[in-house]
Design a protein around this ligand. Structure first.
Ligand code: AP5
Length: 289
């Protein structure tokens, strides 16, 4: 079989099927090289091994990436009080791990926007800072999850009945991420939060400013982001959180959310990397320790 090693005339490398030497045989471990440049990371790894000039760091990093590609997709729940940073962290997790985010609050807001009767009813509960009825949300979440192999479930379950039904439907997470942030900070975060209706990106008037004037001009505020309403939402959260945690104790990782979003993501990334490296079934148990 032809080798990709040091063959100046060859422009097609069999293992990685890259038409370009610069993308294949000359690969340096560089994240900016798109993974789609290779038929798979595994093939790129084969190529590096054959070349025998790759450093052990390059080999190890690519091997981890290849293992991640071949592993079962991750199933993650992210939980925490209102404004603890769930949505912000979901943006970063989906960027790195390619998971599909399913947000309970987002599903409800879409239902409200659709003008349906369910949406109208859900809004009544959300206005009071209470949980929307299970009859509305449980089926919506079940349908959304059924369409995905891996998922990042944001803000669900929030009650024992939701956690029980999730289990009954066979949706078992690998990891339950709990973000912890002191209450006074949560209120500050809620009041200053703004959303970009075009990109869906989350901003804050103090902590996460929009990049341009144009974005700043179109930012909107959520109808439940007032000081009064967040206090009610917090009460609801505090009333239910223990019950939910009791269902996921063995797979819970608690993250300190009162630091920069990059630092919060660093903690989450560490937990997810560990999960991916060790194989999630066994890792999920050891992570909780
Ligand atoms: P939902 O939309 O899920 O709201 P929530 O749980 O109150 O959470 P938030 O979206 O407010 O905050 P977040 O944790 O995502 O924080 P974010 O990243 O935006 O639910 C809304 C309502 O829907 C509920 O009240 C309920 O009525 C209903 N509902 C939802 N789920 C339900 C369920 N399962 N069952 C029944 N009803 C349900 O960050 C907040 C702000 O802080 C942003 O401005 C951000 O820029 C900033 N920020 C984030 N991280 C940092 C950081 N590290 N440092 C500084 N600032 C930061």
């Amino acid at each position: 079989m032809a080798s990709c090693v040091n063959s100046p005339a060859m422009t097609l490398c069999p293992p990685c099927v890259s038409p370009s030497k610069s993308l294949c045989c000359s690969i340096s471990f560089n994240k900016s090289v798109s993974r789609s440049s290779f038929s798979s990371t595994r093939n790129a790894l084969l190529c590096l091994r054959r070349k025998q000039t790759a450093t052990s760091f390059q080999i190890t990093a690519l091997a981890a990436e290849a293992a991640a590609e071949e592993a079962e997709p991750l199933r993650i729940i992210i939980s925490g009080a209102p404004a603890s940073g769930k949505g912000t962290q979901c943006e970063l997790i989906t960027q790195k791990y390619g998971l599909v985010q399913i947000s309970a609050g987002g599903l409800l807001r879409a239902e409200i926007d659709s003008g349906s009767e369910n949406g109208r009813l859900a809004k009544e509960f959300m206005e009071k800072g209470e949980l929307a009825p299970d009859e509305i949300l449980v089926t919506m979440v079940k349908e959304a999850l059924s369409k995905q192999n891996g998922w990042l479930l944001d803000g669900y379950p929030r009650s024992l009945s939701q956690a029980t039904s999730l289990k009954r439907f066979g949706f078992e997470p690998d990891l339950f991420i709990l973000l912890e942030v002191p209450e006074d900070i949560l209120i500050d975060r809620v009041i200053g939060r703004r959303l970009d209706p075009v990109t869906g990106k989350i901003y804050h008037l103090k902590y996460s400013l929009p990049e341009t004037e144009e974005i700043a001009a179109r930012l909107t505020q959520r109808f439940d982001d007032t000081k009064e309403k967040v206090k009610l939402r917090l009460k609801t959260h505090n009333r239910n959180v223990r019950d939910v945690l009791s269902m996921y104790r063995d797979i819970t990782v608690t993250i300190k959310g009162n630091c920069s979003k990059e630092e919060v993501f660093g903690q989450i990334d560490m937990a997810l990397t560990k999960l991916v490296k060790q194989g999630k079934t066994s890792t999920s148990r050891s992570l909780a320790g």
